[in-house]
Design a protein around this ligand. Structure first.
Ligand code: PLP
Length: 436
């Protein structure tokens, strides 16, 4: 690790200078606190990005398997997007709005849609709606989920099974035990018991966990979740923000799920800050009274720059040209090739590591595959994680921070994937040489 850290500093004198300048007036030296989590002494600074790669300010080329943590899943800087967002905001809908809603309906099946500036906002707003409609105070979430900076969701199960704040969650508005019930993924009995209290308005979940690594549902899990939620009159919200990796309509379409509400953000604007949520017709009808009238702008669902002409144009430019069937036909086999390359190295070294794939997203683990969020969290190895990220970065590969995930865009090539396979193999060779 020391050798890799030294190599990193030697390679990036200009990024080092810019990082130093950033420390003058940027809180924590970076525009967002999570940017401190990159491996190496400072974050590399980007000069330009295009397709599936970018160049840093020291002139080094990288293959980008992070893709803005799904925000740039389409690849960087599509021409259609650049042309679409060259306007301002007017507070009026544009001609693109109806196209966008029709397309979202076609992909995800929900009847009525609305725009926000982030998936966090989309989740926040639907939680207000479901409480308003049901009159119930609590939200159920999956243990070790992530749905953005949404207060109700920054909660996990404590050692005694009670609901506690997630480690690292700063300044909670209220004790999350008052707002949230937490259930382990793939545990139907726990879900049934949690909802039996009768105080849960909605269950908010990713169809497969992606933020604590990829954890897939066991056979029959989703059908049972839907049966249990319906039996307890609990609405079901599916957050497809990352799981759109499974196909153009996310897991909702790929696995024929039947939610009441779908949330989708990040890639649908090709990197432009937009997100949406869609709901069934009966929910839209139930909400209708609060969407009209004098208080419609102060109800807690807002965002001055949401739903602008620029936002709808960005979604139209993206969804009319990318994230379509033909792209997935290219991306998913590339992700399979990436997965096979990683699995071959793991097998060669007879490690107990594993690798998991969800459409065009793939991820390796330093353990056998976990089946729920707590097991996934327990298998994280921060030191090994930092080493693997830095080893890859020093050899021209950017992996998604916080875990060992790669996302494949339509712009990636077989050569990009094979480059990763070779770099991953060399990391394992270096690690195992140390133990011999
Ligand atoms: C499943 C899921 N939902 C919502 C969000 C929040 O997205 P944003 O940070 O763009 O608001 C994230 C972010 O990683 C996410 O993974």
């Amino acid at each position: 690790m020391a050798a890799e850290e030294h190599r990193f500093v030697e390679m990036h004198p200009r990024s080092a200078e810019l990082a130093e300048s950033g420390r003058r007036h940027l809180l924590a030296g970076v525009p967002m606190p999570w940017m401190t989590r990159w491996p190496g002494a400072f974050p590399i600074h980007v000069a330009e990005a295009s397709g599936a790669g970018f160049v840093d300010v020291d002139g080094i080329d990288y293959v980008d398997f992070c893709l803005g943590d799904t925000g740039a899943m389409t690849g960087h800087g599509g021409g259609a997007l650049a042309a679409a967002v060259g306007r301002s905001t007017t507070m009026l809908p544009s001609g693109d709005a109806a196209w966008v809603a029709d397309e979202l309906h076609r992909r995800f099946g929900m009847a009525k849609w609305q725009l926000t500036t982030s998936a966090t906002d989309a989740n926040r707003f639907v939680l207000r709606f479901v409480r308003h409609i049901t009159g119930r105070p609590k939200i159920a979430v999956i243990d070790w989920c992530y749905h953005g900076t949404v207060d109700e969701t920054l909660a996990i199960l404590g050692p005694d099974g009670s609901v506690i704040s997630r480690p690292g969650a700063i300044g909670p508005q209220v004790d999350p035990a008052l707002t949230t019930r937490v259930v382990p993924f793939n545990d139907l009995d726990a879900l049934d018991a949690a909802l039996a209290h009768g105080d849960v308005a909605a269950m908010l979940m990713e169809p497969a966990l992606t933020n604590i690594g990829i954890v897939l549902p066991q056979p029959g899990y989703h059908d049972a979740v839907r049966e249990i939620t319906r039996r307890h009159d609990v609405l079901l919200i599916i957050d497809e923000t990352h799981t759109i990796s499974a196909g153009p309509g996310g897991c909702t379409r790929a696995w024929a799920l039947d939610p009441d509400i779908v949330v989708i953000g990040k890639p649908i604007g090709g990197g432009f800050p937009v997100a949406t949520y869609g709901m069934t017709e009966p929910l839209a009808e139930a909400l209708d009274p609060v969407l009209h009238g004098h208080e419609a702008d102060v109800g807690g669902v807002g965002g001055t720059l949401a739903g602008s002409a620029m936002a709808t144009a960005a979604i139209r430019a993206t969804l009319s040209t990318t994230l379509i069937d033909a792209d997935y036909e290219r991306m998913i086999p590339l992700a399979s090739r990436w997965t096979d390359g990683v699995a071959a190295s793991i097998g060669r070294h007879q490690l107990t590591w594993s690798v998991q794939q969800l459409g065009c997203r793939a991820e390796y683990w330093f353990s056998p595959l976990p089946t729920n969020g707590a097991d996934a969290a327990a298998s994280v190895d921060d030191e090994l994680d930092a080493f693997m990220h830095l080893w890859a970065l020093n050899r021209g590969i950017l992996m998604t921070p916080f875990h060992n995930m790669a996302l494949l865009s339509p712009e990636h090539t077989v050569a990009d994937v094979d480059h990763h396979t070779q770099v991953f193999a060399s990391a394992l060779a270096a690690l195992t040489a140390l133990t011999q």
